[in-house]
Design a protein. Sequence first.
Length: 415
Amino acid sequence: MDFFSYRQQALFAEDVAASSIAADYGTPCYVYSRAALEQHWQAFDRAFGAHPHLICYAVKANSNIALLNLLARLGSGFDIVSLGEMQRVLAAGGRPGDIVFSGVGKREDEILAALKAGIRCFNVEVSGELDRINELAGQVGVLAPVSFRVNPDVDAKTHPYISTGLKENKFGIDIDSAIHEYRRAAAMPNIKVVGIDCHIGSQLTGLNPFLDALDRVLAVVDLLAAEGIKLQHLDLGGGLGIRYRDEFPPSPEEYVAALLQRLGGRDFEILLEPGRAIVGNAGILLTKVEYLKPTANKNFAIVDAAMNDLLRPALYSAWQDIVPAELADSGQELEWDIVGPVCETGDFLGKGRLLKLAPGDLLAVRSAGAYGFSMSSNYNSRPRAAEVIVDGNSCHLVRERETVQQLWAGERLLP
Ligand SMILES: Cc1ncc(COP(=O)(O)O)c(C=O)c1O
Ligand SMILES: N[C@@H](CCCC[NH3+])C(=O)O
């Protein structure tokens, strides 16, 4: 299979047939490439050269433990947004000191657990969170490392549901109030101010919004320095886009070079939180055609994957490439709507795709490594798909397909 390529250009030498994966693990099945995953992470890491940096992979994009473990082995840090994600990272061998904790609504138990684990820092998103962390750190008897996520009011020019850096979005602290919050933090007994952070959105395909945000963050950093509040790191979040269709986002090398240039001589450690750009094009969703249903108006190909497995097309009208997973030359080329078995009209993986199809054919939905399995659900009581990692010419099951019994574990009848 050659579906795992950075920006869908380079090819990888994976040598495992889709039909053998389907026979061994069933479909639908998420298939990830170790080589692609590692190459994408290393592209960010190497782009910094000698400049101090830490690539904190955004766990929400794909939280499979084997995948997190491969990144931990490379030396990755991790950006988490919940206790569940922290526990996954620790189970995968991630170092607590390389974890940054983002998220708009951190609960007390989550903050306590992160303080006890000794994470690298909290990205504080709301004023009350600072007070809560200070109080809990006092109870535990530690100094809590804190960075503020500022909202720079920059238009990321992406889908409105995944744009996070505008004043009207719920994320981060208004950049104009940031100085006030830093002053408060600097005066608190159990807080250590270590950094500044922003994240303006996801699937950004141009450099300018990132650079505008950086300029605004740097203006705050300079004001803080003038007051004697010196920061150790600057975290620019994630958001670098990938090629799904005809987008040409900057490469990690271009992106990092532009950031470093904009930093001038400032020698802060830079943190990034990329998710999609590392794992998006390192994964596909393998699915089988169950039935063909040509009608007077449309041709439907009903496959065994559905919106519960891959929500992006239904949620954002996202376009993901769908290609035959093996060279099958059956039938006539027609336009097909590729739909799942779920009882929703929005349950489609792609519309109007020109394909030659026959029942039993295997299809690959490309660019499915990010926000694929991690956003999957059990809607319609469908067990979640298996996940496998292809490593050279071997294939490893890294998460079994759920059983139907697992779906109702914990449910109870009334007495
Ligand atoms: C705080 C934060 N960091 C990092 C990411 C990762 O974003 P992406 O997958 O677009 O790189 C997100 C998601 O948008 C996020 O909310
Ligand atoms: N889930 C989104 C990205 C959200 C990013 C999280 N802040 C997607 O599939 O594109």
